[in-house]
Design a protein. Structure first.
Length: 484
């Protein structure tokens, strides 16, 4: 029965806020709750006014009183996600109403560490599930310590009243688990939706391709995935396998005959063999599957459904092909497999190199190696620091490819970059972080931590890189200015 009365009192308070009536800053230490007139009828005897509610001072800027105080041990902790019903008011005006803002449902938000004396989180931290309380907070403390704009009607010295019911608490672990489950569900739903869309588009593409074959008098072979191909020149030997480096010539056209790319047509300005690692997703699906069907020297034509090419993503045009590749376009590629090589065990290559050169380097967890040739001093650079470097880079066979100390490369000046921000290759970001100011070292960087499959000037694709480096200076990152 006592709980029922408390709920009536709470509703009375909230009703007063909603109608902007009788919400006055209370006298020090008390809060008088007056039932709205609608609760008094002729059938009911006149009730005595409710007794003043004793307010407890939490600190100089916040007072509170429990309306419902249920026994409970679980209190909101930093990192938890809490669910509350909440209203706030000041100067006889309603400022916030979670019922209206969230369509009748409690609001959820993360429980943060209180940032200042008077932060409402201080009062919420006292509650357990099912509790209701009223709190009054010094408005000056709120607007002095937050970026919230003070409304014109709230003057210095005014109080903000909060009416809060704690509906639920999720621990940080529970919230993360639910968030991950929701994310996984969303991903699965998106994948299922995408799969249905691809299946539909595959049917459309298959009809378009069959019409194309009929008009051109082509009888291609179809794979289980929906790719079509014809072998125009048989090659010899084995087929390349996953992770093999393959070297190709190609010309790509749309079904209407429009060429969109080629490495044999000078119009597209990149007449050189195209290399990639097979079966690793470095090219469209139709290529990964189609090239694996060929032998060295084979010439073939691939007829690739859009779902195995660029799908619904249109590709921009160029001077050679203003049309680009429209969305959901089946593609035709005339290809030639020039050669392929087995994958190289780069770690074994490096070990052999070290043995031949009598080098004893240190290996990191990621697979790069380094030697310290001259010790520096002081602290090591941190992520965000600017580092000033001298360097010379060369391949395992000794071929130099870049340097900022060798005049042959025409940029003799210290090289400066922000560490850990991915503006250099991974091997540099990791290696430079191991050095002190003044340190001279040599990095032995696997291709995956260098330029990978991409050739860069004098650096062939999939090249192990060696760098002789010197950390000249460290410029610490500027510390963020704290709001006071």
């Amino acid at each position: 029965m006592l709980q029922r009365v408390s709920l009536i009192l709470c509703c009375s308070i909230l009703s007063q806020c909603l109608h902007a009536q009788n919400v006055l800053p209370p006298k020090q230490g008390t809060l008088t709750v007056k039932p709205p007139a609608t609760m008094i009828t002729q059938q009911q005897p006149q009730q005595a006014p409710p007794k003043p509610m004793a307010m407890k001072k939490l600190n100089a800027a916040l007072e509170y009183a429990f309306i419902i105080d249920k026994p409970g041990t679980q209190k909101p902790q930093e990192g938890d996600v809490i669910k509350v019903n909440m209203r706030s008011a000041a100067d006889n005006r309603l400022m916030y109403d979670s019922y209206t803002a969230n369509k009748g449902k409690p609001v959820e938000f993360g429980m943060n560490k209180p940032l200042f004396k008077g932060d409402i989180a201080e009062a919420i931290a006292l509650m357990s599930i099912g509790d209701s309380l009223v709190a009054q907070v010094d408005a000056d403390a709120v607007y002095k310590n937050t970026k919230n704009k003070r409304p014109d009607f709230i003057k210095s010295g005014d109080k903000i009243l909060y009416f809060i019911k704690l509906v639920g608490i999720k621990t940080k672990e529970q919230a993360q688990k639910e968030q991950q489950a929701a994310m996984n569900k969303q991903i699965q739903e998106q994948m299922a939706k995408q799969k249905l869309a691809e299946k539909k588009q595959m049917g459309i593409d298959d009809i378009a391709l069959k019409n194309y074959f009929r008009k051109k008098g082509i009888t291609p072979t179809k794979t289980a995935s929906g790719l079509y191909y014809t072998i125009t020149t048989e090659g010899q030997g084995d087929n390349p396998k996953t992770n093999y480096m393959v070297k190709m010539n190609y010309t790509g056209t749309l079904l209407d005959g429009t060429p969109f790319d080629s490495n044999v047509d000078t119009l597209f300005k990149h007449v050189s063999p195209f290399e990639f690692k097979l079966g690793t997703g470095g090219v469209i699906k139709g290529w990964d599957e189609g090239v694996a069907l060929l032998k060295k020297g084979s010439k073939a034509t691939f007829y690739i459904p859009s779902t195995m090419a660029y799908g619904a993503n249109a590709r921009p045009g160029s001077q050679a092909n203003p049309k680009g590749i429209p969305a959901n376009s089946p593609l035709v590629f005339d290809v030639e497999l020039l050669s392929f090589t087995e994958p190289v065990d780069e770690d074994a290559v490096l070990q052999k190199y070290f043995k031949e050169k009598n080098i004893t380097p240190i290996k990191t967890a990621t697979g790069m190696y380094y030697t310290i040739n001259q010790e520096g001093s002081g602290a090591k650079p941190a992520t965000g620091d600017k580092v000033v470097m001298n360097y010379s880079g060369h391949l395992l066979d000794g071929t130099p490819f870049d340097s900022n100390v060798d005049t042959a490369f025409h940029h003799v000046q210290p090289f400066e970059f922000e560490l850990g921000k991915h503006v250099v290759i991974r091997g540099w970001d990791e290696g430079v972080a191991l050095l002190n100011k003044g340190t001279k070292a040599t990095f032995y960087i696997p291709s995956a931590m260098g330029y990978g499959q991409q050739s860069q000037g004098k650096i062939p694709s999939n090249s192990i890189l060696l760098f002789d480096v010197e950390l000249m200076d460290i410029k610490p990152a500027a510390k963020p200015v704290e709001n006071k």
